[in-house]
Design a protein around this ligand. Structure first.
Ligand code: F0G
Length: 351
């Protein structure tokens, strides 16, 4: 009787739903806000991780998808479509099942993590691998939704942003006010847009006393907002944010400028270092793109750009199980032992 009801029921009065909107939910949201001890020590700040990999399909996309699919169902849609680097498609596939709708997903050929492909497949989505990158997939998805009977559920759909803003509400509800700084990875730039909207709404209604500075981080090989120009052939090991022409570019700039924040870049090496630190020292396993937020915070701290004593929240956007290749790669192979306690104890360094 005390189960979290999902973001639509928990924040109904702040979302564009009515009594007749069908609620398609997997009880998303209500994710852990975990104090990060090692990151706090390294920065001299109070750092928390908003662990969005704890959502039903393993990423923050579920917050937007419960809204997008519920509204599509309300409007009578029989099919939805999205372009995706993997997480949006996994989420659309799962929520499509709940709604009894066909989900069509367009993904860049060879550039999505295996776990995400597995999700779309097992949920029965119609998958097309496009011979192009995410930006090409989004162009195609838009064109199809304009000319065929299928609803677009990418974050260019404003109800996706409405759903995703609830993460900011949860943080303020938990901490009692907004943090000083909010850090997150940036790909298509929908999520930074959504958090900023959520923080502004709570501040405008006096639920929060302030808004945070928004710090977004792109991968160096896919950093159009940092460079100020479209990246034609984006590259990064963080495939979730391998995006060269973000749809919410202007909103991301507004979030940065209105909040007094920053959008910067981190290299793949910095991303992987943060990825390993999170797993090995905080006990939180995220996918590489998610570690871009923490990589950015560590880089800023090392450059002396983080004043101590601040309260900082880093969103870690997706579960590490989505893309385990990076956990296994470069790690030592486990040794094989016979069924013998003495040998096992010796190999474990216990004897
Ligand atoms: N982190 C993860 C794990 C993501 O999957 C994404 C985006 C982002 C960060 C960036 O968020 O696009 O709102 O700036 N993934 C999209 C997808 C593009 O198709 O799953 P953003």
């Amino acid at each position: 009787t005390h189960q979290w009801r999902g973001i639509i029921e928990e924040y109904r009065d702040r979302l564009p739903v009515s009594d007749t909107t069908p609620v398609v939910t997997l009880r998303e949201g209500g994710t852990p806000l975990v104090p990060a001890q090692v990151l706090s020590e390294r920065t001299g700040c109070e750092v928390h991780l908003k662990v969005e990999g704890a959502n039903p399909t393993g990423s923050f996309k579920d917050r937007g998808m419960t809204m997008a699919i519920s509204k599509a169902k309300e409007e009578g849609a029989k099919a939805v479509i999205c372009a995706s680097t993997g997480n949006t498609s996994a989420s659309a596939a799962a929520y499509g099942v709940r709604a009894g709708m066909v989900s069509a997903v367009l993904v860049p050929q060879g550039k999505i993590a295996l776990g995400k492909m597995g999700q779309a497949l097992v949920h029965g989505a119609k998958i097309l691998q496009v011979d192009g990158n995410f930006d090409d997939c989004l162009t195609l998805a838009r064109e199809l939704s304009e000319n065929y009977p299928v609803a677009l559920v990418n974050s260019v759909n404003p109800v996706r942003i409405e759903g995703q803003k609830t993460a900011a509400f949860e943080i303020v509800d938990m901490l009692g006010d907004a943090p000083d700084i909010h850090v997150l990875p940036v790909g298509n730039a929908g999520n930074i847009t959504a958090y900023w909207k959520g923080y502004k709404e709570y501040a405008a209604d006096g639920i929060a006393g302030r808004t945070p500075r928004m710090w977004g981080f792109q991968a160096s090989g896919s950093a159009p907002i940092v460079r100020g120009e479209v990246v034609k052939d984006p590259s990064t090991i963080a495939t979730a944010i391998r995006i060269g022409n973000p749809a919410s570019w202007q909103y991301a700039l507004a979030a940065r400028d209105e909040s007094g924040g920053a959008i910067d870049e981190v290299t793949d090496r910095e991303i992987l270092r943060a990825y390993r630190l999170l797993a090995a020292q905080e006990g939180v396993f995220v996918e590489p793109a998610s570690a871009a937020s923490v990589a950015g915070l560590l880089k800023a701290a090392e450059q002396g750009r983080v004043d101590p004593g601040q309260r900082i929240v880093c969103t870690v956007t997706g579960n590490g199980l989505k893309d385990p290749d990076w956990a296994v790669a470069g790690a030592p192979q486990p040794v094989t032992v016979p069924v013998d306690a003495a040998t096992a104890a010796e190999r474990l360094g216990l004897a």
